[in-house]
Design a protein around this ligand. Structure first.
Ligand code: NAP
Length: 313
């Protein structure tokens, strides 16, 4: 008999919602929590479904072949796999990409239509009409053109923004300027009004967006960070916001989450703080994707699109 282990550090209620939905989708599978698996059953576990797992909980399963993450970001998990041979599959859910694209659009509009400034004006009882920039005049650039980046680029393109993207490998997208390499990044930044970060956190992207690179943006540019906090070097960003080289930042992710209540970022009027909500996993659609991956694997023994560990994402 084959067993799937579900390993998470979710609260009991949320964990039980996931388990219920997974069992509904995978009626031919035995899905158990680690403590429900006896020593004699350990060798039967070949797949783990995980959400923020304690790596120690995976070590016991000596015949584990692959791990299905319930999140799209796997930066921590990639270093926490119990053995080299164990493959990692991240969540590739079109619904998640759509949710992220909607967030990108929502917060692009928020910045385009000066909402942070109007909120401040209301606070100060100020009646002051700011210039309205049309979408075809606004240069919006996305860092990362993967699953989430592509969906966001498509959404922005539909609304007529001037769209660019930067990725490790150069892309060919209709009507979108694509850049790669460091010099390509500098070139793109010099022509960007709103910069949106959707890069995974790797050794190459850690603190990539610091004072030097963000200074390449034109004066008054804005930043949205929706991927991982540590891609941005906060010290550099805060300096550029203070000197008004950058006018606003929307931050959904931070190096340490939740943001501590004593953190001065909370009261920085040049920053909009969001509590990591730009693209929450949808249990219903995600469990369908996971079930399809597992069914296909049972049919043909092929692990669905595993992460390239050496690339770090
Ligand atoms: P993905 O499909 O793996 O795409 C990653 C993109 O980044 C690719 O275009 C890749 O280039 C590019 N890239 C990676 N390293 C690079 C480097 N050193 N230089 C230039 N480009 C680089 O990832 P995804 O599914 O779009 O997800 C992106 C990230 O979003 C995740 O890693 C996660 O951190 C974050 N996320 C956040 C939330 C939230 O709620 N805030 C939710 C889900 C995910 P190539 O195309 O050339 O490979």
């Amino acid at each position: 008999m084959r067993i799937i282990v579900f390993v998470s550090r979710l609260n009991v209620e949320v964990q039980s919602q996931w388990l219920t939905m997974l069992k509904k989708q995978l009626t031919n599978e035995t899905i158990l929590l680690p403590h429900q698996i006896s020593e004699s059953q350990v060798k039967d576990v070949d797949i783990a479904i995980v959400a923020n797992p304690d790596p120690k909980d995976l070590e016991r399963f000596v015949n584990l072949v692959w791990v299905q993450s319930l999140w799209a970001g796997v930066e921590r998990l990639i270093n926490d796999l119990p053995r080299k041979q164990v493959k990692l599959v991240k969540l590739d859910d079109p619904q998640l990409s759509k949710t992220m694209a909607e967030s990108v659009l929502a917060w692009t509009l928020y910045l385009q239509r000066n909402m942070p400034e109007y909120a401040q004006q209301q606070n100060n009882k100020q009646w002051n009409q700011l210039p309205c920039v049309t979408s075809n005049e606004l240069r919006v650039s996305i860092l990362g053109a993967g699953k989430l980046g592509i969906a966001a680029l498509g959404m922005l393109k539909k609304l007529d923004y001037q769209v660019s993207c930067w990725s490790r490998t150069k892309k060919q997208f209709n009507g979108i300027s694509s850049y790669s390499s460091f010099s390509g990044l500098q070139k793109m930044l010099s022509k960007t009004d709103i910069l949106i970060n959707l890069l995974p956190l790797t050794q190459h992207t850690y603190h990539l967006l610091g004072k030097a690179l963000l200074s390449e943006l034109p004066t008054g540019a804005k930043l949205i960070n929706f991927s991982r906090g540590a891609v941005v070097d906060m010290k550099g960003l805060l300096e550029l916001l203070e000197t008004r080289h950058l006018s606003h930042a929307v931050l959904d992710v931070f190096e340490k989450e939740p943001l501590e209540s004593s953190d001065p970022i909370w009261s920085n009027t040049n920053i909009t703080v969001l509590p990591h909500i730009s693209a929450p996993t949808n249990i219903s659609s995600a469990t369908k994707v996971v079930a399809q991956n597992i069914e296909k694997y049972r049919e043909n023994n092929v692990i669905p699109n595993p992460v390239t560990v050496s690339a770090g994402y």
